[in-house]
Write a protein that binds this ligand. Sequence first.
Ligand code: ZN
Length: 150
Amino acid sequence: MEFLNIINVKYLKKRTDITVFVDKKYLTTHNFRDFSETILARLPGIKLHHCKNNLNIPVEEELKNTETAHALEHILIEVIFQADPNAERLAGVTAWNWHRQPTGTYLVSLRYTNRDFLEPALEESLNILNNSIQEYPALDVAPAFSLLNN
Ligand SMILES: [Zn+2]
């Protein structure tokens, strides 16, 4: 995928750390048309996720304007939850530190370690994300400018 790349997947004892790099044009879901609605139509179970965010808003609101990597975290959790009948207490966190890593680098860390489910789920999640992104048409500012010049 050109706008989001998986840099590394590290399976640890109790969690899996996924390093993601997002192109700077696609850092937040705010730039995508009807993103939250599209994702929730495909994966309605996400509505039930508890999402700790700064504004304390429900996940469907949060998805309208959040880090694209954070959206991937929720998609991935939901896809794993649906695929793995033994998945329990799935949880995740998305973090970044752009003083230490290039801008656009995120660490999506999941409390889940079953590679057999995680690998296909990651691929499916990237497809869902990719197919859910609709960009806004470029604004045509020329008419406004010509008005200003008159
Ligand atoms: Zn969240």
